[in-house]
Design a protein around this ligand. Structure first.
Ligand code: KIV
Length: 306
């Protein structure tokens, strides 16, 4: 299978075609893989030029829908958000998470639901959690045309059996089982695997052990790539784990803008002339009156009729 390569210009990459799962796989050892979660069309559009793949993670249940864990997330919700992210992006590979209960029961059920996700969202791959016990399912899906990303280490859908969101491999006795997970899903054909919440030396060992690239989240710089939840790295989440670096302070920016809006509505300075429609003039030579007079911003104004 040939692997498409993007052209790159400084930190912003440009390409005419979407990146594929085999392309992501080919980056191992060549270039660090950049990825973020995306849940809606407009953030997908913004991050699209900068990431190799975006993940419609089931973390959207916690980040956007107020659930305590990812366990209650339904398949239809993943499909709705997945389709929005595909519509909003054009370049990066879109990977959609298979939610809890949609794939564990049998490889046939997993295929039916993964095929539904791919048909109804237009995404290029799915992700599912689990180690050795999911290998047979992963092989079944990949042999039938569904690129699969694995997810090992801390697997949030198992929060109830793990007794919480617990980091993994911080004592040597835990390593063998996680190494076996990595080897088994690698052999089954994952094109990449998320390694979540593991100690750095284990991440380094796993990365050397497997052919597929490892994508770390809370798993140190030893992985082949990194992923973060977008809202966490933007400073929009009320609480973030130790491994998150806030690269922006969007929460504070939203609060500042909303505070200003409330003040301007209350003191009647918004809307001003610039945001107000006047009567249409019948004189064809007259200056158009609906032209915005405020400072230009990056946001385009919608046509006056909408
Ligand atoms: O659901 C999600 O956002 C994820 C990432 C944490 C990798 O699985």
């Amino acid at each position: 299978m040939s692997v498409q390569k993007p052209t790159t210009s400084k930190s912003k990459q440009t390409t005419v075609q979407r990146l594929s799962a085999p392309y992501i796989r080919s980056l191992k050892g060549a270039s660090p893989i950049v990825s973020l979660t995306a849940y809606h069309a407009h953030t997908a559009r913004i991050i699209d030029p900068y990431v190799d793949f975006m993940l419609v993670g089931d973390s959207l249940g916690m980040v956007m829908h107020g659930f305590d864990s990812t366990v209650p997330v339904p398949l239809d919700l993943m499909i709705m958000h997945g389709a929005a992210v595909v519509r909003g992006s054009s370049r990066a590979l879109v990977v959609v998470d298979m939610p809890f209960g949609s794939y564990e029961e049998s490889k046939e059920l997993a295929f039916r639901n993964a095929a539904r996700i791919m048909k109804e969202t237009g995404c290029g791959a799915v992700k599912l959690e689990g180690g050795s016990y999911m290998a047979e399912t992963i092989q079944y899906l990949t042999e039938r045309g569904i690129p699969v990303m694995g997810h090992i280490g801390l697997t949030p859908q198992s929060v109830n059996t793990m007794g919480g969101f617990k980091t993994q491999g911080r004592v040597k006795e835990e390593w063998a089982a996680i190494e076996k997970d990595a080897k088994d899903i690698d052999k089954a054909g994952v094109f990449a695997m998320v390694v979540e919440g593991v100690a750095e030396p284990l991440a380094a060992k796993l990365t050397k052990l497997v052919i597929a690239p490892t994508i770390g989240i809370g798993a140190s710089k030893e992985c082949d790539g990194q992923i973060l939840v977008l809202e966490d790295m933007l400073g929009l989440s009320p609480w973030v784990p130790k491994f998150v670096k806030e690269f922006g302070q969007i929460g504070a920016a939203i609060e500042g803008a909303v505070e200003l809006y409330a003040e301007e509505v209350r003191n009647r300075t918004f809307p001003s002339e610039a945001e107000t429609y006047k009567m249409l003039t019948k004189d064809p030579k007259a200056k158009p009156e609906n032209k915005p007079v405020s400072k230009p911003t990056k946001t385009k104004k919608r046509p006056a009729s909408s």
